[in-house]
Design a protein around this ligand. Structure first.
Ligand code: AMP
Ligand code: GLY
Length: 455
């Protein structure tokens, strides 16, 4: 080749490489990230983000007594619902990316506020977050776009809701607005209906969230969680997971925020995954687009796998808790570029790499939870459990007082273990659980068992 052309070509190659390299986040300034929230899900995110070579610093608002000890991490005294305080902090400290854990700030419009101020944020805007913020919005949306869900009616008058519910037993009554996962009552008889209407609509246990209710047909089947990360157009799926909502073994007792989870959930096999993507995820994204809603963030589909196919029980506009805990332990890809791409409105990553094997999270809860519970109990044995290989204890309701770890919430810890298979992960998680103690502690002893029995 002509030496002049050769020189020119080599310069071009070098310049192109240099240009590419300068665009690579690996060589750019390392990122400072703000995580919003204070639970086990946020600890799992912080733990994972801390391992990314792209991240130099993580702030967590407000975080908890365990999160503040994670590498690179500092907790802030700004609460998750103080969206203006968080935006001021992100602006003043030139935060590169904010990741929102819980639903309340999203429903309150944290992403709208951040974007208005030119701040990058992972999480849907207020309009999109209505998928979780209003069950009536979600159900009407599903009906409009043919997304399979239970038949339903919406009511604002208690008398009418009661009449319809009694005619259609068994039935499920759901407060329209946010209720911390506790605004849904499954009713098998007349008494259940009367109590549910009384609690939600008359006594207003969840305030204005109970002004209106959805009354929907009871569905039979097994529940599973399917989450996607999306920029509103493209999406990538997370591993299917399964939460355990009831407080006691065998899915008995009251519903909680979740007593444990595992991943991957084999009940969502390749065929069901395809069906969920075709019949639920794609129509949902297409519907949102038609409504001129750009959904950027994690979209959570709470599914009931019925004999006639998967049905959507609920949408959440954020990562699941405790589903995120096993997922964060199984992630092999660096999640930071993916979340950044979505925050920038352009998802380029095509898939996420996961480690082989399975992970299980067992929630250790305060005595009395999900009802009334005491806090301030000293937690012992946590360090010993954390020393175990392939075990991470994620903290939820914890605070540190003079260096001593104490309980500060209902769901206290998410003891999470990774194994070559589900059986190994379960055994390891429970070995770790056995090392940790606090007064009144209770946990389920059958997390993941359903999958072991069937597969
Ligand atoms: P949701 O917040 O709407 O997912 O409801 C909370 C829990 O109530 C679910 O995880 C299910 O266990 C139960 N549930 C909700 N809707 C139904 C339904 N239509 N049929 C049976 N169980 C339901
Ligand atoms: N695990 C249920 C939820 O995140 O709402």
């Amino acid at each position: 080749m002509n030496p002049v052309v050769e020189l020119w070509l080599s310069r071009l190659r070098r310049d192109n490489l240099a240009k590419k390299a300068s665009q690579s986040p690996l060589l750019g300034k390392k990122m400072e990230i703000l995580v919003v929230g204070s639970g086990g899900r946020e600890d799992a995110l912080v733990w994972n983000l801390g391992q990314s070579p792209l991240v130099s610093k993580i702030y967590c608002g407000p975080g908890n007594g365990g999160i503040c000890s994670r590498p690179k991490t500092e907790c802030l005294s700004i609460k998750a619902d103080d969206i203006f305080g968080l935006a001021d902090f992100a602006q003043e400290n030139r935060i590169d990316l904010t990741i929102v854990g819980p639903e309340a700030p999203l429903v309150a419009g944290i992403s709208d506020l951040f974007e208005k101020r030119g701040l990058k944020i992972f999480g849907p805007k207020k309009k999109a977050a209505q998928l979780e913020g209003s069950k009536i919005f979600a159900k009407n949306f599903m009906k409009k776009y043919g997304i399979p869900t239970a038949d339903f009616e919406n009511f604002s008058k208690p008398e009418k809701a009661k009449e319809y519910a009694l005619k259609n037993l068994p039935i499920v009554i759901k407060a329209d607005g946010l209720a911390g996962g506790k605004g849904v009552v499954v009713c098998f008889n007349r008494d259940d209906v009367l109590k549910a209407i009384e609690r939600l609509m008359l006594k207003k246990e969840f305030g204005v969230s109970g002004n209106r209710v959805v009354v929907e047909k009871f569905l039979e089947g097994e529940e599973a969680t399917f989450m996607i990360l999306t920029d509103g157009e493209k999406f990538i799926t997370l591993l299917p997971t399964q939460d355990h909502k009831a407080v006691f073994d065998g899915d008995k007792g009251e519903n909680t925020g979740g007593m444990g989870a595992y991943a991957p959930a084999p009940i969502i096999d390749a065929q069901i995954k395809k069906e969920v993507q075709e019949k639920i995820v794609k129509p949902c994204l297409a519907g949102l687009k038609k409504e001129r809603i750009i959904y950027k963030g994690c979209l959570y589909f709470g599914l009931m796998l019925t004999k006639t196919g998967p049905r959507v029980l609920e949408f959440n506009c954020r990562f699941g808790d405790p589903e995120s805990q096993p997922l964060m332990m199984l992630l092999e890809s660096d999640i930071v570029p993916i979340l950044k791409e979505i925050a920038e409105g352009k998802l380029l990553t095509k898939e996420i790499r996961w480690r082989n094997g399975a992970a299980v999270c067992v929630i250790m809860a305060a005595g009395g939870y999900p009802g009334k519970y005491e806090i301030g109990k000293e937690i012992k044995g946590l360090e010993e459990a954390e020393k175990m290989k392939d075990v991470v204890v994620f903290s939820a309701g914890i605070r540190k007082e003079n260096g001593i770890l104490k309980t500060a919430g209902g769901r206290v810890l998410g003891v999470t273990a990774r194994g070559r298979g589900l059986k190994e992960a379960i055994a390891l998680a429970y070995q770790a659980v056995a090392k940790i103690h606090f007064e009144g502690e209770h946990h389920r002893t059958d997390i993941g068992k359903k999958a072991l029995e069937k597969f």
